[in-house]
Design a binder for this molecule. Structure first.
Ligand code: AMP
Length: 504
């Protein structure tokens, strides 16, 4: 119903009718600003109902939105905006400081403030017609581009089409039974792939989307949010569950309205899952697995009972309808059940590739020599057991997850290598111990006269990389350990970073 609540954040609330009308008005303003089918619109705004209005308006104008992480340093935001080559930026006053610092192509039009009543000026959308616009996009058109860490130093953009999102929702909505009375969490930032499910899963079911405000951070605050918003679904990266468990934030029988607990993006430690399942026996528990390149998730596994063996990893399950996951060897031949191979994804969820990067696209999206079908090479190692259930066993490369963020260690390494005075550097990740994931460690060799210390190096890196990519352990070495081929001996380096040995 049009007066049902669509989005809630703090004291802000938008009904379905308001969301429809505001996004129609803004779409017309975008078209007036010259936005055409296929153009990119960068959203330089924090998570808020206005950002969702911006997304819908961009799609209604036939264009492609690019959500930007406003917490990133200006240099990285500029890289992303420049790569996206947008027709315009859609900002809000909360991001005005960042917008003011940005040095972008003169051809771009900034409409900062367009969504804020207080700042409404000539570019205010209020005066535009609220009626629906004709659809001008095709399912195969890009809907949004999500930039993720790139191993060669620059973030890479994953193109997500309308059809990819539809394919996931076609499976997920009936599977989870989304309905109009649902109250769904919006916890991840809007440049995270997971948020796509929150937004479109909720809005296409007539449910309420409850965006978690940026100041709701501590375990107890997150628990209070779930409780007070009477959420029926909580979907988040695994590290949020671990964080809330460490803070012992969940009481026995807590969150009585909560029905579904879903996680994705990282390994969830069974000890953490057991904590939640014991306290909240009234909820269902589903592990979703998948990369951004196949939007949101490609496989699922429902956990029916509290894990008895808390050392046995939780399976990633079976492919979602419309997707297939292959376990292949280096020659792209299937491996036997129980054997470890690399996971390749096939089907309706696959991205057309990386934004304006044919080389990376060719390397990651390959053709199955047997079937001629397109496959995405995930870089994940896994096995399929005798029952046909998939298990994730790790990475084949140096991509890691830290607090839900996908990080290519190569991006940190390339950036650190450009800091003046650094002769050589290597970044490795080591397990943090417990169930908290990984710690990023930096080893460096100084040039003879350079006066460098971890504090300075960290400060230099912070100008180019977001906080979650900054190493927390540092080690200066006279030279990096090398193997017989002259390559950096990363296993040897990881040993030097055993917990507690660095300058945390
Ligand atoms: P992203 O593109 O940020 O969604 O990251 C995708 C990567 O996260 C995958 O290739 C896996 O390495 C990891 N990942 C995603 N879901 C899971 C899961 N349920 N369990 C373990 N790792 C996961």
């Amino acid at each position: 119903r049009s007066d049902d609540t669509a989005i809630v954040m703090g004291s802000e609330r938008l009904t379905y009718e308001q969301l429809e009308q505001r996004s129609n008005q803004l779409a017309r303003l975008l078209i007036d600003c010259g936005v055409d089918r296929g153009d990119r619109v960068c959203l330089v705004q924090p998570k808020a109902p206005a950002a969702i209005v911006s997304m819908l308006a961009t799609l209604k104008a036939g264009a492609v939105y690019v959500p930007v992480d406003v917490a990133s340093p200006v240099a990285r935001v500029e890289k992303i905006v420049t790569a996206a080559a947008p027709r315009l930026l859609l900002g809000s006053s909360d991001a005005s400081q960042l917008l003011a610092q940005m040095d972008i192509d003169a051809g771009l039009v900034s409409v900062a403030g367009v969504l804020d009543g207080a700042q409404s000026g000539p570019r205010d959308a209020d005066g535009y017609d609220t009626a629906a616009l004709p659809t001008i996009t095709q399912p195969s058109d890009p809907a949004h581009i999500l930039f993720t860490s790139g191993s060669t130093g620059a973030p890479k953009g994953v193109v997500i089409t309308h059809a990819m999102v539809d394919a996931f929702l076609d499976w997920a909505l009936p599977y989870f039974g989304h309905r109009a009375g649902d109250r769904i969490s919006g916890h991840p930032p809007l440049h995270f792939d997971l948020s796509t499910f929150d937004i479109y899963g909720s809005l296409s079911s007539g449910a309420e989307l409850h965006l978690v405000p940026g100041n709701v951070l501590l375990p107890g605050q997150l628990a209070a949010f779930i409780r007070d918003s009477r959420l029926t679904q909580w979907f988040s990266v695994s590290s949020t569950f671990a964080y809330m468990t460490r803070g012992d934030a969940v009481a026995q029988g807590d969150f009585p309205s909560l029905e579904r607990i879903i996680w994705c993006g990282e390994v969830l430690h069974p000890t953490v899952l057991a904590y939640w399942m014991r306290r909240l026996p009234h909820c269902s528990y589903t592990n979703l697995y998948g990369p951004t390149e196949a939007t949101i998730a490609s496989s699922y596994y429902d956990v029916a009972a509290v894990p008895e063996d808390e050392t046995a990893a939780i399976p990633i399950g079976r492919p979602c309808a419309g997707e297939e996951i292959r376990v292949l060897d280096e020659a792209l031949a299937p491996v036997l059940p129980e054997e470890i191979g690399e996971l390749y994804i096939e089907g309706a969820g696959l991205s057309p590739g990386y934004w304006r990067d044919e080389e990376k696209t060719r390397a990651a999206f390959v053709t199955d020599p047997g079937t001629g079908r397109r496959l995405y090479r995930t870089g994940d190692l896994g096995r399929r057991d005798e029952q046909g259930i998939l298990h994730f066993v790790g990475r084949a490369d140096s991509q890691i997850k830290s607090r839900g963020y996908r990080i290519e260690l190569g991006e940190i390494e390339t950036t650190l290598a450009t800091v003046a005075g650094v002769a050589e550097t290597a970044i490795v990740a080591v397990p943090s111990g417990g169930f908290d994931g990984t710690v990023i460690c930096a080893a460096w060799v100084s040039r003879p006269t350079a006066e460098l210390d971890p504090k300075r190096l960290r400060a230099s890196l912070a100008e180019a990389l977001p906080t979650y990519m900054l190493p927390t352990r540092w080690l200066q070495l006279p030279e990096l350990p090398k193997n017989a081929n002259g390559k950096i001996d990363r296993p040897a380096l990881r040993e030097k970073f055993t917990p507690g040995s660095g300058d945390d």
